[in-house]
Design a protein around this ligand. Sequence first.
Ligand code: SF4
Length: 200
Amino acid sequence: MLNLDDEQDKIIKSLDGTPTLLLHVCCAPCATWCLKKLAPHFDVTLYYANDNIYPVDEYEKRYLELLKLVNFINNKKCDIEAVKPVKLVKKEYDHQAFEKVALGKLQKEGGPRCFECYKLRLQQTAEFAKDFQWFGTTLSVSPYKNAQWLDEIGTSLDCNAKWLPANFKKKGGYQYTIEFCNKYGLYRQHYCGCTPQTEE
Ligand code: SF4
């Protein structure tokens, strides 16, 4: 089994210049550590595409927290350094797209529904990433997310951009997200995104 965190470190060391990266982002807390690691090396655009999140008010709330984080970084008000200003793109919310892939699969974090949920979001990211050099996701920072599944999906997608392997929960990544949110007052949600509404 590949050590995805080491693989990412090797890629970062071998970079020439500041390549563009489209980074799928689930929420501001998870983005903190991923940007701490990546924004000094890549020209990062965050892609907020999370049809799984329910209800829509929660989708909007998490987006606004991301905007706050991006402003902190771009205005140098926190310890995350970015070689280029961080950009943020929001996909239009389409919860039905999630329901289509989730229906019939029980809501249990780490279960088959999550595999389909990752796949939906990474497919959407790959479609948007055509003009980028790299694409990836913040999802692996959560201890509940399966980094090997994410890598399996990411490497299988047909995209001009190269997939960036990751297991951001390594090297204290998850702990950093908690400490950052406490320090800067960022909202940390208490559930991943989906609800029993789409259960069997
Ligand atoms: S628990 Fe999270 S990752 Fe799994 S299906 Fe629900 S929203 Fe998606």
